[in-house]
Design a protein around this ligand. Sequence first.
Ligand SMILES: [Zn+2]
Ligand SMILES: [Zn+2]
Length: 445
Amino acid sequence: MDIPYALLGSKQSCTCGRDHQVPIEKIAIDERMLDHLSPYLLGESLERVLLVADANTYQVFGDQVYQHLLGAGVTCGVHVFSSHHDLLPDEQAIAAVRQNIVQSGAKGVLAVGSGVINDVARYASYQEGIPYVVIPTAPSMDGYASSVAALQFNGVKTTLPAHTPKAIFVQPKILSDAPFELIQSGFGDLIGKTISLLDWKLSHVLFGEYFCPKSYEMVLAPLQYCIEHAAKLRERDQTSTKNLFVGLINSGIAMAMMGNSRPCSGSEHHCSHYWDLLAYQGVRPHASHGLQVGYAVQWMIRFYRALTQLASIKTPLAPALTPEREAQIRQFYGDGAGEILTVFRDKESWHREHDGDFQTRDISLVLKELEPELSMLPSAARALREMDIPETVDVLGLTVDTLRETFLHANELRSRYTIFDFLASQGELHRATQNILEPLEVVKK
Ligand SMILES: [Zn+2]
Ligand SMILES: [Zn+2]
């Protein structure tokens, strides 16, 4: 598996009818990447940069990068977040980096790390109008190449437009030496595509939502690879780890081509966002993004099984915001309620725009269109087990009750259409949730 280098830094027309632009100029996956980093920065007039890391990633690789740049004529300021585990991509972290950019006069940001460091560096550099370069330290998530920033404002996960990195420099050995939890997390994020691709296609079949086969393929190929190589990844095989990273980068490129995260984020991500919110409220501890996404996949597989058991498709019920639900939302989401209510209104207008009906109400046609993805579900479930992603209830600080809440309300978090919206529109979401959770409650009693 390889990076589609020909797409980098270019604009290309596509069979989907749109032009796609991938603004990332350079991706170097090379053991000797440090030798290329400083000439690249100097060649791009980035002779003064701000290195952003956390205490952990600074120790793993940040200090080495810093020392190297000092000897190579690049002036490098350093912003190291002290805590790795409690760092959130929130207003405070972004403000701190922006302030440091201004004070140091940096012309670019160098992010050394993974998830949160990458999002904070991306958004802060975007706000300050300067480029950023990322040096990943783990194959732990798909956001390296993406153009959107996954942030958490007032506890609510939100995805805001930002920019892609100008370049990505990575040392393969750093990736395969990463802690297993981070490799597991990247695998979880990638296997989430089993569901996000299904959600996207479902909406395409039902509503004719815009669909790009090239972006789709770019996500599907690494997904199939990782499902087949889960056991190898479990052993931290170097080639498989590098290919997991390439798959995560290519997923990011697919998002950059689309200008949004549609191919890579569906109901499985919405579950994870809901759990982040519960963690923010102190109901459960934080867990890594990819682990949560992987954990969500096994539940979403069950919801897709529920879809395959529907006898017919009815006229969709419009999403309805009752005064009672609005009051609950205001109470539950607190300062984040405004955004959730906007999502409701978006869904109401989406329903109106589509005349309140589907393009087809032929269930067998829908299932036929989804067959290639549905047939992957059993092997995806096996791969999750091979990578030790938990499959029981009462893990990750979640219980039958919080899972029920998640499945009934995760679709309030985003205006993006998923299987949750479809089942709700059929009056089937409560029943499906009950059927999935009921056997677990019996076991508990
Ligand atoms: Zn993700
Ligand atoms: Zn396209």
